[in-house]
Design a binder for this molecule. Structure first.
Ligand SMILES: Cc1cc2nc3c(=O)[nH]c(=O)nc-3n(C[C@H](O)[C@H](O)[C@H](O)COP(=O)(O)OP(=O)(O)OC[C@H]3O[C@@H](n4cnc5c(N)ncnc54)[C@H](O)[C@@H]3O)c2cc1C
Length: 421
């Protein structure tokens, strides 16, 4: 039997294992998928837990057993991946070694509270946490739920992070939450970010910054956080500026898996050096990279892993037939941005195209509105949880047919008519 080993059974790994198990001759191929966790988390749900909004109250609302969405035909191994010997094509784990013909790296990235001085102490003191993991999201639920007045500060330490719109959604949802509790006038919401503005993409930043201002949310840009003081309840920057808080929601540095760096496949920050179009690892043969553990310059998002999966699977199948991989990934990403009050924005972009106004998935028709707030967008985001578990992970959510036409043009100039209503 020839072997495909998939490292990580999160969004990207699960999707690729489902697609490959249907497309490969399983009498000839064995698919082995390795993960250290026994749980698969629906991470977009972490955003709602601190506010108990839209039916998200407890941990079990965002998780399933890790094996649940995996194909029966694949073999799951519960183990920590310790080394990738790409010269010998062997993965070393806490449960033994696994040889491979092809390797897919899908180990994600993680928000590390220990990377920010004083944050773990502030978490222990019950005045801060991160909503980038389930435990932190539940702690914030208590801390924010107890607030009657004061300052709720959201701090983004540095890029890259998973889901770059999540900080904006967090402050929008906080605004909605305190409105509903009728104490919005007593709670100041402050977004303290290392970025020059609320968001990385200029056009979307302009639209979103206007809404942030309308909602009375204060933004402190260019704040490079040095440390957190849990006793004084204060953030300090490298320039000596300080921001006081009553509750701190932190997005600490998001790091790639150390094993990528240690195995000589990383970019210096533990993200795998990846060809942005074919998604091959640049530092090892017969290795593909999908999702957050890659260093390609698009968002770290489940939608990106979804679009990347098509290219990764296609290219593995081509290599098996002796053909060259095709450079077909265009950086496509899309994301709903919850804005509270049962409304949301939707943005859609790729390596070359900024988020534009228009409709999605059918230009001029919709039903979703791009770069605009709508109730339908909100229901799209709510429905996405079901879509994630039932269609996306199982490999039944189509890729290309759902793309708006301007994205399917793959690198060609976008006609003005498609870029607007
Ligand atoms: C708060 C928040 C909100 C988000 N909202 C959205 C959204 O609205 N839309 C969207 O598209 N995306 C969103 N995302 C991002 C999305 O969840 C991720 O981009 C996506 O899950 C990435 O998939 P992945 O396969 O790369 O990594 P993951 O799904 O994180 O999976 C990685 C897997 O690798 C395993 N692993 C790692 N290292 C090892 C090791 N050494 N040994 C064994 N196993 C290992 C882990 O246990 C994990 O199961 C959000 C993320 C967060 C945190």
């Amino acid at each position: 039997m020839k072997k495909i080993v998939i490292l990580g059974a999160g969004t990207g790994g699960t999707l690729v294992s489902n697609l490959l198990s249907r497309k490969l001759d399983m009498k000839e191929w064995e698919i082995i998928i390795i993960d250290k966790s026994d749980t698969h988390f629906y991470q977009p749900g972490f955003l709602f837990l601190p506010f108990e909004l839209y039916g998200y109250h407890k941990e079990s609302d965002v998780m399933k057993p890790i094996k649940k969405p995996l194909p029966d035909k694949a073999r799951f191994v519960s183990a920590t991946i310790q080394n990738i010997n790409h010269e010998k094509k062997v993965v070393e784990t806490s449960s033994g070694n696994f040889e491979y013909d092809f390797l897919v790296m899908s180990m994600g990235c993680s928000a590390e509270t220990s990377e920010m001085e004083g944050l773990d102490d502030a978490i222990e003191k019950g005045v801060a946490d991160t909503f980038y993991n389930v435990k932190g999201a539940m702690n914030l639920q208590k801390q924010i739920g107890n607030m009657k007045e004061g300052k709720l500060v959201l701090n983004l330490a540095e890029m890259p992070i998973k889901c770059p719109v999540a900080p904006i959604e967090f402050v929008f949802l906080a605004d909605y939450f305190f409105h509903e509790k009728k104490i919005r006038d007593r709670v100041e919401i402050i977004y303290v970010t290392s970025l020059g503005g609320a968001f990385t993409k200029p056009q979307a930043n302009e639209v979103l910054s206007k809404v942030i201002a309308e909602k009375g949310i204060k933004v402190i840009p260019n704040f490079n956080v040095e440390s957190v003081d849990g006793d004084k309840k204060q953030l300090k920057s490298f320039n000596g500026e300080t921001v006081d808080f009553d509750v701190l929601a932190s997005i600490p540095p998001n790091l790639g898996p150390q094993v990528i760096e240690d195995s000589g496949l990383g970019d210096g920050n533990s993200f795998a050096v990846t060809d942005p179009k074919t998604l091959e690892a640049k530092k090892g043969d017969s290795i593909y990279v999908i999702g957050d553990n890659s260093n390609v310059s698009t968002s770290k998002a489940g939608s990106v892993a979804h679009f990347e999966a098509e290219v990764v699977v296609e290219n593995i199948l081509r290599e098996i037939k002796g053909e060259k991989p095709i450079p077909d990934f265009d950086g496509h990403s899309n994301c709903f941005i919850e804005s509270g009050f049962h409304k949301a924005f939707l943005i859609d972009f790729n390596y070359e195209v900024e988020p534009l106004k228009g409709n999605f998935p059918v230009p001029g028709v919709g039903p979703f509105s791009l770069l605009e707030e709508s109730t339908l967008n909100h229901w799209g985001k709510m429905a996405f949880k079901w879509v994630y578990w039932n269609l996306l992970l199982t490999g039944h959510l189509p890729g290309d047919p759902l793309l708006p036409s301007h994205m399917s043009l793959k690198g060609k100039k976008i006609p003005e008519s498609m870029a607007s209503h």
